[in-house]
Design a protein around this ligand. Structure first.
Ligand code: MN
Ligand code: MN
Length: 298
C-alpha cells in the first residue's frame, strides 16, 4: 500500500470506532473495558492502535489510559473524552469524541464539535495554522465557552504522533507555519466552561510511555527490554497493560522505571484543567492535498 492508502485505511477504522463509541451507553462500564474493546477491534480490522486509547474523565483533558485492572467506572454525570489512534504501516489517524449521559453536558460537547467542524471545513493546503486557531476560538467564544490555550492540534508523520508543528486552538500572534500538501494534521479543540482557567497543568499520574532514545544503558536486562519495546512500538506511545502478555507487572514497572529515569523513555503526565472545570474535546485528522483536503476520520 502507498502512504495515501495507509492513511485512508487508518482513517476509516478510526472513524468507525469513534462512531461506535459515540453511540454506546458507557455508564457502568470500566475505563479498562472501554480501552480494551476499542483496541481489540482495531486489531480485528487489520490495523494497530497508534497509542493507548485515552479515556479522560471530567476535568482531565487528556493522556489518561486505563491501568492494568483499572476499575474506574463511568458514572451518570461524567463527561468522558475518548481519544483513538489507528496506524497502518506507521501512518496515523487520530480522532476523538466526548460522551456523556448527562444532557447538561450537551452544549459543552457541541461547542467542541462545532469548532472542529468549522476548522476542518476551512483547512486546506497553504493555509496558515493561525487562521485555523482564530476560527476555533471564535466558534468556542460564540457558543459561550473557553478554549484550552495550551493544548493544540499537531502535524503527524510516520510512527510519529507529534511531528513538530502545532495547530492552535486560539488566536495567536506572530509567525505561523503553513499547512503543507501531502502532510497529515490532527485538529483538536479542547473546550472548558467560561469560569475555567483555559489552561491545563500536569497531573501526577503518568501511564502512557514512549521511547525517546535508544542509547544503551549497559544494563543487560534493561537493554533487552528497550529492544523489545522498540520492536513492538518504535516511537509510538504504549501502555503498561500492553506489556503484560510478556512480562510480570512488577517487572514491567521496574524496567520502565529505569528507562524513564535514564531518559530513554518518556512518560506522559495526565493533563488537568487549571480550575478543575469540565473539558470536552473533538478531533479529526486531515490530509490537505493541492486539489482538495481529505478529512481522513470523517
Ligand atoms: Mn487524539
Ligand atoms: Mn491528537
Amino acid at each position: 500500500m502507498d502512504f495515501f492508502e495507509c492513511y485512508l485505511k487508518a482513517g476509516k477504522i478510526a472513524s468507525e470506532q469513534r462512531e461506535k463509541t459515540r453511540r454506546k451507553d458507557h455508564v457502568g462500564r470500566t475505563l479498562l473495558e472501554i480501552c480494551e474493546s476499542i483496541e481489540s477491534e482495531i486489531k480485528e480490522k487489520g490495523a494497530m492502535p497508534a497509542f493507548p486509547v485515552n479515556v479522560s474523565l471530567n476535568d482531565v483533558a487528556a493522556h489518561y489510559t486505563a491501568e492494568p485492572g483499572d476499575e474506574t467506572t463511568v458514572k451518570e454525570n461524567d463527561i468522558l473524552k475518548i481519544d483513538i489512534g489507528v496506524q497502518v504501516e506507521g501512518y496515523i489517524a487520530d480522532t476523538a469524541v466526548t460522551v456523556s449521559s448527562d444532557p447538561q453536558m450537551e452544549t459543552l460537547i457541541r461547542s467542541a464539535e462545532s469548532a472542529l467542524g468549522e476548522a476542518v471545513r476551512i483547512a486546506r493546503a497553504n493555509m496558515k495554522a493561525s487562521e485555523i486557531g482564530r476560527h476555533i476560538e471564535d466558534v468556542i467564544s460564540r457558543t459561550g465557552f473557553k478554549p484550552i490555550q495550551n493544548l493544540s492540534g499537531h502535524s503527524l508523520a510516520q510512527y510519529t504522533i507529534h511531528a513538530g508543528k502545532s495547530i492552535p486552538n486560539i488566536r495567536t500572534i506572530g509567525t505561523s507555519f503553513v499547512l503543507t500538501s501531502g502532510h497529515a494534521y490532527a485538529i483538536e479543540p479542547f473546550v472548558t466552561t467560561k469560569d475555567g482557567h483555559g489552561v491545563v497543568y500536569e497531573g501526577s499520574i503518568r501511564n502512557i510511555f514512549a521511547i525517546i532514545s535508544r542509547k544503551p544503558t549497559k544494563i543487560q536486562d534493561v537493554d533487552n527490554f528497550l529492544t523489545y519495546l522498540w520492536n513492538k512500538f518504535r516511537t509510538l506511545p504504549f501502555a503498561l497493560r500492553w506489556l503484560l502478555h510478556d512480562l510480570e507487572e512488577a517487572e514491567a514497572r521496574r524496567l520502565l522505571g529505569v528507562l524513564t529515569k535514564k531518559r530513554n523513555v518518556h512518560s506522559y503526565p495526565i493533563l488537568i484543567e487549571g480550575k478543575n472545570r469540565l473539558v470536552a474535546q473533538a478531533e479529526h485528522t486531515i490530509l490537505p492535498l493541492n486539489s482538495s483536503t481529505h478529512i481522513l476520520t470523517i
